[in-house]
Design a binder for this molecule. Structure first.
Ligand code: NAD
Length: 501
């Protein structure tokens, strides 16, 4: 046990990364890093206060002219080198991510870290590939063209569920487009974000292009969102906090990108492959212990398959191996904290009065923030357990009769981040992709993401896209440039303002 925490020694000088250097925080408040598998405090750091946020924004602002003025090829080269440094340090990133979040090491090794390396490689390519409308003589008398310019200093705020991937999703498209960034990770999981910023420096990115302020939402987050030198706020987190951040950002007329909560439906039509649906539901619900904004949370099964799918999911959940996150055989680690485990358990306890806990529904042990994979049946569509984002290994299963009903139930929460439909009928599949209101609809799978394709919500799940060229473009602003081609003083259109002279 002793050795695994040695990786934390690198944060002895602090968990702030400002202007190319690790620094201590100045808030005077000490934040523990707790190993969720044991409940032990394994590290402590002083959080960022307004002074660190000001310093980070100043560093980002100072770095902006040169970085925005670098050629696309120069930025692309830097991102390519960053991808290489991230890949070289993959083992370190995986260990620290697992330690601070309690994630199974196999998930870190096979998903979190390679996903981030691939994102860096993708945005290295994207940096040289900004596209737009072609220049042209649209008015006849002018040449018009569009410039896509960086926005400025981006203030980014990220959650604790995928700290490294969220750092990548926020930072990479922004810097590829010539912006500079101040990222505030969640205060309980800041370490891989600091390592990411260090990797950027080691890859040759100029100091100040990537900065990290590790602190609380109230002390550091709000100051960042309000900061007059921050031109855009990019937030990933819960819908409740997103509303607050949105209000603060709008108050100072900042650009806004909000990636918020989800409650993804998983709709199984009666012609689906039942085994595929069972496997997919368990994997989709339990990835990252269900602490995933796109996790399958509501399984709707057309009546003829209902019992079979319910029993199959319960059996498969019972075979999932909970254990030490560092054991490569562990499927499911603890939740991120005891407090979050208690919150998840609270949802299940409140559901007991009106629903059936088919399997799970409790913590398997006293130690650590573990919670058993849980399947709940017989809940009413409008009950809390079906409507609210639980963010744990808890799946609700409900039957439906007609296709219309299945789709209507899928759309019946305020969220719209992701969804899946399970069928072998191409017309049903096509209908589901059209009619389910979500930023992503999978057919016969649930969870996979790729760098080339956008990730982002509809409705209460927010707006703005991460990954893909869509996100790259969101970190640019569009300028119309118009040249007069006539060289005459008296333009034809002046007639509309004053008469002939
Ligand atoms: P959260 O909303 O509590 O916190 C997110 C971040 O906001 C943290 O860094 C937090 O410190 C900061 N914050 C809190 N209060 C703030 C304030 N007043 N001003 C500024 N910043 C503030 O979310 P969480 O519990 O860390 O993460 C889980 C949530 O994130 C879930 O709702 C999940 O669905 C969502 N999420 C969404 C996506 C997506 O892509 N849509 C991805 C991952 C997670």
């Amino acid at each position: 046990m002793g050795n695994r925490f040695q990786v934390l020694d690198r944060f002895a000088d602090g968990a702030q990364y400002i202007g190319g250097e690790i620094r201590p925080g100045g808030s005077g408040k000490v934040q523990p890093i707790v190993d969720p598998a044991s409940g032990d405090t394994v590290h402590r750091y002083t959080t960022a206060g307004p002074a660190e946020v000001d310093a980070a924004v100043a560093a980002a602002r100072a770095a902006l002219p040169d970085w925005a003025g670098a050629t696309p090829a120069e930025r692309s080269d830097a991102l390519r080198r960053l991808a290489a440094v991230l890949a070289e340090r993959a083992g370190d990133f995986a260990r620290v991510e697992s330690l601070q979040c309690g994630k199974p090491i196999k998930l870190c090794n096979e998903f979190d870290v390679p996903g981030t390396v691939d994102n860096a490689a993708f945005f290295a390519g994207a940096a040289r590939h900004l596209q737009g409308q072609s220049a042209g003589e649209y008015s006849g008398d002018h040449t018009s063209y569009v410039r896509r310019e960086p926005i400025g200093v981006i203030g980014s705020i990220a959650p604790w569920n995928y700290p490294l991937q969220m750092a990548g999703w926020k930072i990479l498209p922004a810097i590829a487009a010539g912006n500079t960034v101040v990222l505030k990770p969640a205060e309980i999981t800041p370490l891989t974000s600091v390592m990411f910023a260090q990797a950027a420096t080691d890859a040759g990115l100029p100091p100040g292009v990537v900065n990290v302020v590790s602190g609380t939402g109230r002390d550091a987050g709000e100051h960042l969102v309000r900061h007059p030198d921050v031109a855009m706020v990019s937030f990933t987190g819960s819908t409740a906090v997103g509303k607050r951040v949105g209000a603060l950002a709008t108050d100072s007329v900042k650009r806004l990108h909000l990636e918020l909560g989800g409650k993804a439906p998983f709709v199984v039509f009666d012609d689906a492959d039942p085994e595929a649906a069972i496997q997919g539901a368990v994997a989709g619900a339990l990835i990252n212990s269900g602490q995933d904004c796109t996790a399958a949370t509501r399984v709707y099964v057309q009546r003829p398959l209902y019992r079979r799918i319910l029993e199959g999911i319960a059996d498969t959940m019972a075979g999932v191996r909970l254990g030490d996150p560092f054991d490569p055989a562990t499927d499911l680690g603890p939740l991120v904290s005891q407090a979050h485990r208690d919150r998840v358990a609270g949802f299940v306890e409140r559901a007991r009065s009106h629903a059936t806990v088919v399997t799970g529904g409790k913590a398997p042990c006293e130690q650590g923030a573990y919670y058993l994979p849980t399947l709940i049946a017989d809940a009413a569509q409008h009950s809390e357990i079906v409507q609210a984002e639980i963010f744990g290994p808890v799946l609700v299963i409900l039957p439906f009769d007609t296709d219309d009903e299945g789709i209507a139930l899928a759309n019946d929460t305020p969220y719209g981040l992701a969804a899946s439909a399970w069928t072998r009928d191409v017309f049903r599949a096509n209908r589901a992709t059209r009619e389910i209101a979500a930023g992503c609809v999978w057919i016969n799978d649930h969870i996979p993401i790729i760098s080339e394709m956008p990730h982002g919500g509809y409705r209460a799940s927010g707006f703005g896209k991460d990954m893909s060229m869509y996100s790259f473009e969101e970190y640019t602003q569009v300028k119309h440039v118009m040249f007069d081609n006539t060289a005459v003083a008296r333009k034809d259109w002046h007639r509309t303002v004053f008469g002939d002279r």
